[in-house]
Design a protein around this ligand. Structure first.
Ligand code: ZN
Length: 346
């Protein structure tokens, strides 16, 4: 069928175009789109036409933070029916590889992920997706909140990998959308001290609003370390969640870890090499972990929102009707320092 979609033609050329989408296969569903959030990665593709090895060579529908209404189901789909409200997990492995068998399906090289070339995303009136990666939303959870399950999933995966637990002390570098969802999840997991390091005024404000116990608005290494040590009675923090992608912030944060601490890398760095003090890792018995997207997070995300343990609404700072999807993209691009999450609605 033909649909109207937000298509990236080449860097900085993004607008609504008619596109052909397939019929759903036996285990797939056709979804009528209701809400799509704009992610930093969408903006990155929009501005540069690529992220690392992923290059947009032909017109690509952007968007991967999605909720919608089931319009049609394939013949083998049993758990969903037309009219169901769903959140869509964007990454679907296409074979049962060793990684899938081990439960690490996000690491399967066969994964097809919305809006990662050449796989189309969801800024589209309708799209087709695996039914197994569609999760029903309770009636009191809005489509916008359903779309927010995507960034929230990153926080859930990072916080799980960091083993944040009751009474943990946590330092989060960067209070953009991903730093802030990590804050929400760390709080829900029982962290008692959550320090956010961020330079933009507006983000610091939001971090405080949604539960940061401390904020440090500085770039200065010595100042940050001194403040963290003061807050933690010279112990350092149990956990660092690196969401800034800035080498200097990551290096400073590593020095803020307590003995036995864990650092999780969420943000991608623009440079290939980031110098780190490896002796520190041995001497303090630190654990460094990376995360790639997320796995097994969607039901948790929906339950956390539905139960009221997590409120993602304060992160949605601007809304656009979907016809203005290119304005929405420009807003996310140009107002990155003042907006948290820009949402498009159908
Ligand atoms: Zn995203």
């Amino acid at each position: 069928m033909k649909v109207k979609a937000g298509v990236l033609e080449k860097p900085m050329v993004f607008g609504i175009k008619e596109m052909e989408i397939p019929e759903p296969g036996p285990d797939e569903i056709l979804v009528k789109t209701k809400a799509v959030g704009i992610c930093g990665s969408d903006v990155h593709y929009y501005v540069e036409g690529k992220i690392g090895p992923y290059v947009v060579n032909e017109p690509l529908i952007l968007g991967h933070e999605t909720a919608g209404e089931v319009a049609k189901v394939g013949k083998d789909v049993k758990h969903l029916k037309p009219g169901d409200r769903v959140a869509l997990e964007p990454g679907v492995p296409s074979t049962c590889s060793d990684f899938v068998k081990k439960g690490l399906y996000n690491l399967c090289p066969s994964i097809k992920f919305f809006a990662t070339p050449p796989v189309h995303g969801t800024f589209s009136e309708y799209f087709v997706h695996s039914a197994n990666f569609a999760y029903k939303l309770p009636n009191h959870v809005s489509y916008e909140e359903g779309a927010m399950c995507e960034p929230l999933s990153v926080g859930i995966h990072a916080v799980r990998q960091a083993n944040v637990t009751l009474g943990s002390t946590v330092l989060i570098t960067g209070a953009g959308p991903i730093g802030l969802v990590n804050l929400l999840v760390a709080k829900a997991a029982g962290a008692s001290t959550i320090i956010m390091v961020e330079t933009y005024e507006n983000r610091v404000k939001v971090a405080t609003q949604i539960g940061a116990t401390h904020t440090i608005q500085s770039f200065d290494r010595e100042k940050i370390i001194a403040q963290v040590m003061e807050i933690t009675n010279d112990k350092g923090v149990d956990v660092v969640i690196e969401c800034s992608g800035a080498a200097s912030a990551a290096q400073t944060a590593a020095s803020c870890l307590a003995n036995g601490g864990t650092m999780v890398f969420v943000g991608l760095f623009s440079q290939d090499q980031v110098p780190m003090d490896l002796n520190l890792i041995a001497q303090k018995e630190l654990t460094f972990k990376g995360i790639f997207r997320y796995r097994n997070t969607y039901e948790t995300a929906i339950n956390l929102i539905a139960s009221g343990h997590i409120n993602v609404k304060p992160l949605i700072t601007k809304r656009f009707p979907w016809e203005q999807v290119s304005d929405a993209m420009n807003c996310a691009h140009k107002e990155a320092s003042s907006q948290i999450k820009v949402m498009t609605q159908w």
